[in-house]
Design a protein. Structure first.
Length: 325
């Protein structure tokens, strides 16, 4: 038996979330006293694949195919499930990312496996049963789920497990699975990435703003604060609907769910739909001139004040601190 981890790449490069999920999968493999095998799909160079050994993978199945150069969900699910069967992997781990949320249930069905998505901790294992802590109700609560099936699929939330380096050699093996035409009925024509900014799902720090900024022309104070912190920028739904910010920055129940170490909300009242997408943040700081704003009820720290006065002062304080550290 082994543990299999699917490692996503973005244009041939692994992101931090990839190494998080490999570190997590290595911890699971350690509990089971077995090996960790990774599967990579796409055009990833050998040097990049070798970095997986640094986080505990002993072998990497390298899948390269012209048919799989872009993400095709049904084909990817089939390939990963077949790799799990090939390697005798009873446990499969992947990231609970945009693509992972679609892959995990499909793979679970193919393997007839139990599924725990949105996992945030290493499972407690007893007599073959996995007890796994996960987020529930759009991140507003935690639940413990028990997997008793012979095979198990775990999807790990981003920013929920620390990077853990493990010394060891990794073997890279060319893997050419059969790709069924029936799995290629939907193809991706083009992928356009926002390469000039930090991706929200992977961001450790996020600065977000809402209608309290009064217009897109005032967004420079948010961008300056984000630059000072090295953070990603985000916004509430009304802001993206109004066209002040691009829709890919919308966080919330109907946008992107984030779980950064620090989430700073500026001029956002804190409607339940927005809270559903950010409540997994480890620390929430709210800046709002309305002391009755609902967001203050869930904030770890709050500042009652005018954003146009508070944010520039906060930015200058951060710059001053960094210049002396």
């Amino acid at each position: 038996m082994s543990v299999l981890v699917y490692v996503e790449n973005a244009e041939g490069k692994f992101k931090k979330s990839t190494f998080e999920v490999v570190s997590y999968a290595k911890a699971v493999a350690g509990l089971l006293n077995t090996d960790l095998i990774a599967i990579s799909i796409g055009d990833v160079k050998q040097d990049e694949l070798s970095t997986l050994g640094k986080y505990g993978a002993s072998k990497v199945l390298d899948v390269k195919s012209d048919k799989l150069k872009t993400f095709v969900i049904q084909a990817y699910a089939t390939v990963i499930a077949e790799a799990a069967n090939k390697e005798g992997s009873d446990v499969l781990v992947l990231a609970n990312s945009f693509s992972g949320k679609g892959l995990a249930p499909r793979i679970a069905v193919k393997l007839q496996a139990g599924l725990a998505d949105s996992a945030v901790e290493v499972p407690k294992i007893e007599n073959g049963s996995f007890m796994i802590k996960k987020t529930a109700f759009s991140g507003k609560a935690f639940a413990s789920v028990e997997l008793n099936s012979a095979k198990k699929v775990i999807a790990l939330n981003p920013n929920s497990y620390q990077l853990t380096e493990s010394a060891g050699e990794v073997k890279i093996e060319d893997y050419q699975p059969e790709i069924k035409e029936s799995d290629l009925r939907i193809t991706v024509i083009e992928v356009v990435r926002a390469t000039d900014k930090i991706a929200l799902p992977d961001a450790e720090l996020v600065v977000s703003a809402g209608r309290g900024l009064k217009g897109s022309e005032n967004w420079s104070i948010i961008e300056e604060l984000a630059d000072a912190l090295g953070a990603a920028t985000a916004c509430s739904k009304p802001v993206s609907d109004a066209g002040w910010r691009p829709h890919e920055e919308h966080v919330g129940q109907t946008g992107i769910a984030v779980s950064p170490n620090l989430y700073i909300a500026v001029g956002i009242s804190g409607a339940i739909q927005h809270l559903a997408g950010v409540s997994s943040s480890k620390t929430i700081v709210v800046i709002n001139k309305d002391p009755e704003a609902p967001f203050f009820k869930v904030a770890d720290y709050g500042i009652v004040g005018d954003a146009f006065e508070v944010v520039p002062k906060l930015t200058e304080a951060i710059k001053a601190y960094k210049s002396h550290s």
